[in-house]
Design a protein around this ligand. Structure first.
Ligand code: COA
Length: 325
């Protein structure tokens, strides 16, 4: 049984944080942020907003657009690095709020690659007949983990959620190839150490701002380009396709320069590479499903089109998926 994406949805905060706002908060400029990242503005949750709220709205939209009922969903995977709380999982809270009474809810913790991790797991469950319908949601409120005194990270990240319903599709369509991978040797490229069992949450960890994300942006840059382009080529080959066969590439929206460098390494026409980073910033696991929802709703992706998704994130983690719609 082939598995494919039946429908998508997305949701994000109304609050917008512009480069001009950031100029008032840290020593930076619109010019620096735009030329180094391509970002002009990003969405920012208010203090009383949290991850599962955006995830539930995105998920509900996707279920309705698939013409399904909440009880049809067999599994909900929430890809997030910014859960509502430590326990229970955000996936369980989403399962409750959506009324998916027959579903197992769980989280996948794979940073910006989380959505690809989720669809890779659900694809195999559908293909092997274990389940019929799965809901994969990438949802983040990163701005609550961002240190707004650290200009090297605070300009990058934004909030939001994107969702996809996966289910059986006809032969020759759907997910043609997909792969996920990680290498924990690079843990120091992007991390937040506070709050876990190693350091715990103490006055000291909070004073040292250990609960915030820390990033070695320059080092991530090189590995991200190498791994995203490498796994993309591998998955195209596995699907029996050439780069010319791809109608649209949706890379994780990390930084416009990373996207441009991946496009160049793949030798793909830049017009075929989607970007919304100017409006959304880097929303980690939510970036690909939000972008996917935008291209599907706008009619940019049509039946028969081949779409390549590729992601890279802290861990490090990476992956790619080739889909025929
Ligand atoms: N405004 C102004 N100057 C800044 C700045 C900011 N927001 N952030 C850093 N700088 C400064 C640095 O302090 C440094 O100054 P120095 O030369 O005096 O030391 C200079 O700009 C260059 O810093 P560098 O880190 O080399 O810049 P960069 O070109 O690598 O761009 C990132 C920085 C973070 C934008 C870029 O590395 C990046 O986007 N990396 C990937 C990040 C990412 O995608 N992370 C998520 C993983 S999926």
């Amino acid at each position: 049984m082939n598995a494919g994406i039946l429908s998508t949805g997305c949701d994000y905060p109304k609050g917008v944080l512009t480069n001009a706002d950031l100029e008032q908060m840290v020593e930076t400029s619109d010019e620096w942020i735009t030329t180094r990242t391509g970002i002009k503005e990003r969405r920012k949750a208010s203090p009383d907003e949290y991850t599962s709220q955006f995830a539930v709205r995105a998920g509900r939209q996707a279920i309705e657009r698939a013409g399904l009922k909440p009880e049809d969903i067999d599994i909900i995977i929430c890809a997030t690095t910014t859960p509502d709380q430590i326990l229970p999982s955000t996936g369980c809270l989403i399962q409750r709020d959506l009324g998916c009474v027959n579903a197992a809810g769980m989280d996948v913790f794979a940073a910006c690659s989380g959505f690809i991790y989720g669809i890779t797991m659900v694809e195999s469950m559908i293909r092997t007949g274990q389940i019929r319908y799965g809901l994969v949601i990438g949802a983040e409120v990163l701005t609550k983990y961002v240190d707004y005194t650290d200009r090297t990270t605070c300009v990058i990240f934004g909030d939001g959620a994107g969702a996809a319903v996966l289910g059986p599709v006809e032969e020759g369509k759907g997910i043609l190839s997909t792969k996920i991978q990680s290498d924990g040797n690079y843990e120091e490229q992007l991390y937040a150490r506070g709050g876990g069992t190693k350091l715990g949450t103490t006055h000291e960890t909070i004073d040292n701002r250990e609960h915030y994300f820390k990033m070695r942006g320059n080092e991530i840059f090189k590995v991200a380009v190498r791994n995203m382009s490498g796994v993309s080529k591998e998955m195209l080959e596995k699907a029996g396709l050439k780069v010319e066969d791809v109608d649209l590439v949706i890379p994780h929206q990390a930084n416009q320069r990373i996207t441009d460098a991946v496009a160049k390494k793949l030798d793909v026409d830049p017009k075929k590479v989607y970007s919304n980073i100017d409006r959304m910033g880097n929303t980690s696991s939510a970036s690909i499903p939000i972008a996917l929802d935008e291209v599907i709703q706008s009619g940019r992706v049509k039946e028969g089109d081949v779409v390549l998704l590729t992601a890279f994130g802290g861990g490090i983690t990476w992956g790619a998926t080739v889909i025929r719609f």
